[in-house]
Design a protein around this ligand. Sequence first.
Ligand code: C2O
Ligand code: CU
Ligand code: CU
Length: 545
Amino acid sequence: MTVSRRQFLRGAGSVIGGIALADALQLASAQTMKMPARMTMPTLAAPNVSLLNPTTLARFVDALPVPPLARPAGHRAHPSYPGRTLPYYRMEMRAFHARLHRDLPPTPLWGYDGRSPGPTFETRHGEPLLIEWVNALPTKHFLPIDHNIHGAERSRPEVRAVTHVHGARVPAGSDGWPEDWYEPGRSASFHYPGAQEAASLWYHDHAMGITRLNIYAGLYGAFNVRDAEESALDLPSGEHDLPLMLCDRLIAKDGKLYYPVSDDPSAPWVSECRGNAVLCNGKLYPYFDVEPRRYRLRLINAANTSFFDLSLSPGHAFTQVGSDQGLLEAPLQRDRVALYPAERADVVVDFSGMAGKTLQLHAGTEAILEFRVRDRGHKDTSQLPAALRRVPRIDVASAVRDRQLTIGEQDDASGNPMMMMLDGRMWSDPISEKPVQGTTESWSFVNVTGDAHPIHLHLVRFQVVDRRPFDLFAWNAKRVVRYTGPAQLPEPHEMGWKDTVRADPGMVTRIAMHFDGEPGRYVWHCHYLEHEDNEMMRPYQLLPA
Ligand code: C2O
Ligand code: CU
Ligand code: CU
């Protein structure tokens, strides 16, 4: 079944898979709702692709892959570090095949070092490194490019890539500016100063207009930053500390990835992409053999648009120790962990006393991963201290300015396709956000759409200040923000450092940050990849002090 783009986006009376989209959107915009109802919306299917029914797959028959660590290929000099050499990594993006499940034929994918997720980078505060990101991909894309999208015109090469380390504090030239993509056969050498606190970052493609397709194809991986203060805590480490990268995909019966399209073959873009099965580190429904001890799992939502509502088997809870940009002040017991695209939760799960038992990780109501606890006679020497790290609150009164920025959507002149916009501006409009290095600002995201959007800023870490409901009618009529209720403080798990924030519909979501880092041109955007690719991304310029 296909649905016209207009129906799909606007949903006026349209019914997709038996659920009225208008109802779903209306539900999603109810401010009291924690989780948008659209999360349960069925996905689109093309008429001539026969999608796999994941409920037919045997559960927990493949071992959970743990991505190998990236290894430096040597040491090299860099102009910023006269008289010394830096570890040099060479990371090739390649096409490959992998079995997503024992009973599926191998799936064609793209990945860093020929795997997905790619190898995990292990880095330390104060230890700079060089990475040469090599585009060794084929010259034809295997997913549907929309050439109407800015930056993906027919005049451009089909296959383009540029890597961004999400959450890294890097000079602009190494940040992966979306228009600095390059073709197969070329590479870019980026420099990562490591001037930031311990955090669970991740890397992924960021090529203008096709990021959603490149990441969907498999171009993502984990990037850990450690520091002495964190190491001194004795949290679970080594093989007991691993990334768990989650993303959903639509998988066809022949094992191939299917990316949804609109019913207009000349304009295939769709506003969201939700899968029918969740990949855990690249496998469907894997199992993970664990010892009866603590583990540290770095949960990363690497999905295009899907949100994951994660929980363990009844009676078990996560202990969250960190969020996007590092440790929380204190461990937090949580029955459920909700992650929007690009958000991370660093959690400790304690399997002690569970030898011989199993435990499952659920996304919504579905078990996606099984832990099997086996005693191998090792002692758990890890700790879970009561205090982790101080997270001084940014005083929002010290902000030199507050920028009010809308999160909106728009039809084009013919009233048909919709695009998503930030502050009512297009990617190519002149830069309007020009913070000055060393200053503190607050940004207020006025979400006038019916959905939550995960908003991400490059370069800086921020804090969530508050969320406040406003009158959408007053906004539509007069373009004024009239608050309809008191400001709501973030929940405890949002009190740590963040780089991606959920901006709820009908709310003004305010964040505050100190603009450290090198002056230059960076981006901020919605991390729904379909939105990001279609105008929901803006440049910003960090001006020198
Ligand atoms: Cu996850 Cu602009 O990045
Ligand atoms: Cu980023
Ligand atoms: Cu969005």
